[in-house]
Design a protein around this ligand. Structure first.
Ligand SMILES: *Cc1c(COP(=O)(O)O)cnc(C)c1O
Length: 384
């Protein structure tokens, strides 16, 4: 057994990252400023997108997007229930109704057909999720959006560096990224809203800082523009320069990070091939490249006669951490009770919700660590 606990995730923070953060702390300007602007510009360069606005989290960014689109009472928003709870909470808090599309059983992605079947005259927005670092098949979903005039916001929290049909996710349309510590790069907490719609992005920029007409930071005076007026009531979701400088440093290593993730995922796939009780996710059958945010497996609970909880507990006792991404949102207490959601409504989502488990995957892990995970999995399946 491993002597040291292997966490499910650990951010890669170098001494140079720490120095860069310390330099900002010493500089006299620590909130939204020049590092923010530089991070937004470099992010656009990396994705090839028209514009990007840094925010304090992906949740904050999604909140701003819902506000910019005036999603509110009487509206329906289609999204999967296999997602992080933030999206569904925000839809609900806006007074709108989340409408859940079921996912593909083996890729955990929503399909265009699943979305189409949920459209009504009240549908105001579609939020597909790029799951685990792979890409949803966006071409038919974008076509559906054009046909119906219903806007799309892509949840790209898992998809920094993901490719789709020759371009990066975030280059076309509108996408929201997360820099939470478990994501492919981190800023402590943070997020980015990218869009090819300049007017939409201007609204996001304004709404992220109190709805003021001028941005928080005036490059000329190196301080807040004092004459700025409220153009519409806004929020306080700007990113600090302490975070932005970390983001800049991390972004410079994203390709190397994702390469390491891909190598580890390949190792898992190879080593798990003969383990019949373990069902890794399938790659979506579209033209895409994987950012390997997560390595998700499903435990074949019928075959092994063990619950997912007993399985992850067995791994923990062998010093292996795991995660669950995600428990189906529609069956969580509030949504069951307030929306009358019941088991059986989203069969593929629920099947996965009971069986999924994310294995350790982060750039500073070694191949031998992945081998330890597989050894522990085999032991747990044999001995419990
Ligand atoms: C992490 C995550 C979010 C939220 O990101 P934050 O930056 O923590 O707000 C949203 N959606 C998905 C699918 C996520 O994994």
């Amino acid at each position: 057994m491993r002597a040291q606990f292997l966490p499910f995730c650990r951010p890669s923070i170098s001494e140079e990252d720490i120095s860069a953060v310390a330099d900002v702390l010493r500089s006299g300007w620590i909130t939204t400023g020049s590092k923010n602007t530089e991070f937004e510009e470099k992010f656009c360069d990396y994705l090839g997108c028209a514009g990007a606005v840094a925010v304090s989290s992906a949740t904050g960014g999604m909140h701003l997007a819902l506000q910019a689109l005036s999603v509110g009472p009487g509206d329906e928003v289609i999204t999967p229930a296999m997602t992080w709870v933030s999206t569904v909470n925000l839809i609900t808090l806006a007074g709108a109704r989340p409408v859940f599309a079921d996912i593909d059983r083996d890729t955990l992605m929503v399909s265009c057909d699943a979305i189409r079947s949920k459209i009504t005259e009240r549908t105001r927005l579609i939020i597909p999720v790029h799951f685990a670092g792979a890409s949803a098949d966006m071409a038919p979903i974008r076509q559906l959006s054009r046909e119906t005039g219903i806007p799309l916001i892509e949840d790209a929290a898992h998809a920094l560096g993901t490719g789709y049909m020759g371009e990066k996710i975030g280059r076309s349309g509108t996408a929201v990224f997360s820099f939470h510590p478990i994501k492919n790069i981190t800023t402590g907490e943070g997020g980015m809203v990218c869009s090819d719609d300049p007017e939409f992005l201007e609204r996001i920029r304004r709404l992220r800082f109190h709805g003021l007409g001028a941005d928080a930071y005036d490059r000329e005076t190196q301080s807040r523009a004092p004459q700025a007026q409220v153009l519409e009531p806004g929020f306080k979701y700007n990113m600090t320069d302490i975070s932005a400088v970390l983001g800049l440093r991390q972004l410079a290593r994203i390709e190397a990070f994702n390469r390491k993730r891909a190598e580890l995922a390949a190792r898992y796939r190879e080593k798990l091939e003969g383990v019949e009780e373990i069902l890794p996710l399938a790659d979506p059958p579209c033209d895409m490249t994987h950012a390997w945010h997560l390595f998700v497996i499903r435990l074949d609970t019928d075959r092994c006669g063990m619950s997912r909880e007993a399985f992850t507990e067995g791994l923990k006792q062998r010093n292996i951490g795991t995660g669950i991404h995600f428990l189906a949102v529609h069956l969580q207490k509030y949504y069951r009770e307030s929306m009358g959601m019941r088991p059986g409504m989203l069969p593929n989502t629920e099947w996965n919700s009971d069986r999924i488990c994310s294995l350790p995957l982060f750039p500073d892990m070694r191949q031998e660590d992945a081998d330890d995970v597989v050894t522990a999995i085999r032991e747990v399946l044999t001995h419990g």
